[in-house]
Write a protein that binds this ligand. Structure first.
Ligand SMILES: Nc1ncnc2c1ncn2[C@@H]1O[C@H](COP(=O)(O)OP(=O)(O)OP(=O)(O)O)[C@@H](O)[C@H]1O
Length: 637
């Protein structure tokens, strides 16, 4: 089989043993970082679909993954290195759960539930037989990547699924206990420690006679000694005990050792050194700056932008912007169904052109819209956007050479160069946080240090003391040394108004021309400025409306959610008189996204009758400019 894959690394003996198992095998594959788990999975999928005697159909294989980034990574590897498996749909747990629920009860408003609630509902639905009844029917083989992070409700759901089909369903699950970093999703501390290796143990206990355990032991990612720095600690990290006190002690020790190892790597240098800045700019390979948390990522990104260093901030795992090309496809057709040929003609060229293989995009969209063979139902595409069910693997991600990311958002990814933000000691962390899980801190540092192919550097942690979380809105803001000071606010994915097309509300413009301007001239990373339309709050719990400007051209307005969060953040107490910012600067364009709003408004604005258009998505830290003084306080300033 190998000669058909010239451009793909040849399988090692250990990897081949995984790939060649029969479809009904129950297979648990464990491996260290960079040992080729994802690579092996891709080839396993191909093998499952091309077995001479027992080939499975794409629809019989259920491939579940943890995050959209992981789905995309798997998808891209499939596109590059697989043949048959290109027809397999890879989905996140959340999107699969959503589709099971919709299949069973199409008229319930599942979108109103939170992710975790939908997962719990799906577990119940599986027990009621919803998977057997679904269009796809029961799976013949389940493939799950990164099972070390399968915790809490998602773990329950997968256990229920495997239990239900245990008589005639094989599975391939792969993971690495040393890279388990999502335990924090379980809020109870004792339960969280117990999650370590829980799913691995559950598999061993549930399939005592026929679980096949295979290991991948060779690291293929690291091409230099430096990139291998953290690898020797993998086995110890995997063996951290689940009893909380022992877990903490082992975690402390491993965190210290990893920290010492990182300190033995080169310092990338201070950001105010032109040589450091040039090193960011000039590096030709892929590079990631990996941060412990969001605040570090925000502050570092802001600093890099101010130095003119282009980069992308890796999005939150649950963010799923629908790419801007969807707007073009829907806007430029009056038909109710599209053939593949027509669909391809409608795909835009230029900056909003889709990234990736067009045939795959067509297949994925058609699969999600459940279209009859050969045709795409335009109204079904609209529903996918409106109901938040647009396929994960088509969500917008702009390729970037330099990425600033939290470790959690970078799991499963690899880069030529990795720059890890120096961690503080666990003792220091305890001063800042009520709950610190040293084992999770150690695993997170290990994940960060094992993403590199070639270079591993460290960089000083930025000062994040003034970035704080608003307890009511859960949104980050820029505070000051006095408790009442509010100097800025952090963007979220929901900050831009979607109900009406840009140009029809808050400011007047030709909506069609504005859509063209967005597509042609607005790019990720561009700076945006927010200015109030007037000084009157729109409601007692809201700020005035703000318009979003791109190079002095109004391109959108803020959403009600933004106005409410801004109000909450600035209203220090009941009698506080808010001095509304006359400008908010520093937000950036995260991406352009297609959104669903009022069909009537879209039609009135000449944007077709689907109620879909493009708006910018905001990211970054917006800083306030006030007329009097520079702080929240408007009376003394
Ligand atoms: N047999 C092989 N020969 C050469 N290169 C390989 C082989 N298997 C995998 N690789 C390469 O090694 C790198 C790491 O592989 P992969 O990402 O699949 O590992 P992983 O186990 O999923 O990593 P992690 O768990 O750390 O995210 C990739 O660049 C992949 O192409």
């Amino acid at each position: 089989m190998t000669d058909a894959y010239h451009d793909s690394p040849p399988l090692s003996e250990e990897q081949r043993a995984v790939v060649e198992q029969p479809w009904d095998a129950r297979l648990l594959v464990t491996a260290g970082a960079g040992a080729g788990k994802t690579h092996t999975l891709v080839r396993r999928l191909d093998a499952l679909m091309s077995d001479e005697e027992d080939a499975l159909e794409a629809g019989e294989i259920l491939v579940l993954s943890f995050s959209r980034a992981a789905v995309r990574e798997l998808r891209e590897r499939i596109a590059l290195h697989a043949r048959e498996a290109r027809r397999v749909r890879v989905r996140t747990f959340d999107s699969w759960a959503y589709s099971v629920l919709l299949g069973e009860q199409p008229h319930r408003d599942w979108g109103a539930l939170r992710f975790d609630e939908r997962i719990r509902e799906t577990t119940e639905a599986i027990l009621r037989g919803a998977v057997e009844e679904s269009e796809q029917g029961p799976p013949a083989h389940v493939v799950i990547d990164e099972v070390q992070d399968l915790v809490g409700d998602r773990r329950d759901m997968v256990e229920t699924l495997l239990d239900r089909f245990q008589d005639n369903c094989g599975f391939t699950v792969v993971g690495d206990g040393a890279q388990a970093i999502f335990g924090f999703q379980v809020s109870d501390q004792d339960a969280r420690a117990a999650e370590t290796n829980y799913f691995f143990d559950w598999l061993r206990a549930s399939y005592p006679d026929d679980l096949i355990e295979l290991h991948l032991t060779t690291n293929f990612r690291a091409r230099t000694e430096e990139a291998r720095t953290a690898l020797p600690l993998g086995t110890e990290l995997k063996g951290v005990p689940s009893e909380p006190a022992e877990s903490d002690a082992a975690g402390e020790r491993l965190h210290r050792r990893l920290n010492d190892l990182l300190r033995s790597c080169h310092d990338f240098g201070p950001l105010d050194d032109p040589f450091t800045v040039e090193s960011f700019r000039a590096y030709p390979g892929t590079c990631a700056v990996l941060c412990r948390d969001n605040r570090q990522a925000l502050v570092l990104s802001e600093a890099l932008f101010s130095l003119g260093v282009e980069h992308r901030v890796q999005r939150a795992l649950q963010d799923r912007p629908v790419p801007a090309w969807v707007t073009s496809v829907l806007r430029d057709t009056g038909a109710t169904t599209l053939t593949e040929e027509r669909f391809r003609e409608l795909l835009p060229t230029g900056p909003t052109a889709p990234v990736g293989d067009r045939a795959r995009i067509w297949r994925s969209l058609r699969g999600a819209a459940r279209a009859p063979r050969g045709l795409l139902d335009v109204a079904a595409v609209r529903r996918l956007v409106a109901e938040g069910r647009f396929p994960d693997d088509l969500a917008a991600v702009e390729p970037a050479r330099l990425v600033v990311s939290t470790v959690h958002r970078a799991k499963g990814l690899e880069f030529d160069r990795v720059i890890v933000v120096e961690p503080v000691t666990t003792a220091e962390l305890r001063k800042q946080h009520t709950h610190v899980d040293p084992a999770a801190e150690a695993r997170s540092l290990y994940v960060a240090m094992t993403r590199a192919r070639d270079d591993l550097f460290r960089i000083a942690a930025p000062d994040t003391a003034l970035v704080r979380r608003d307890r009511v809105t859960d949104r980050w803001y820029l505070g000051g040394w006095k408790a009442y000071i509010r100097d800025g606010i952090v963007a979220s994915g929901q900050d831009v108004g979607r109900e009406h097309p840009p140009g029809t509300e808050g400011f007047t413009d030709d909506a069609g021309a504005l859509q063209d301007y967005l597509a042609a001239s607005v790019s990720p990373g561009d700076e945006l400025v927010l200015r109030p339309q007037h000084s009157m709050p729109l409601a007692a719990d809201q700020s005035p409306p703000y318009t979003i400007f791109h190079r002095d051209r109004p391109i959108s307005v803020v959403s009600e959610r933004f106005r409410k969060d801004l109000h909450t953040s600035l209203k220090i107490n009941k009698t506080w008189e808010i001095n509304w910012p006359v400008e908010i600067t520093g937000f950036r364009v995260d991406c352009l996204e297609s959104v669903a709003g009022s069909v009537a408004s879209g039609a009135r604005a000449g944007l077709g009758d689907h109620g879909i258009w493009t708006v910018p998505r905001l990211s970054g830290l917006g800083r306030y400019r006030r007329v009097r003084g520079t702080t929240q306080e408007g009376i003394v300033g």
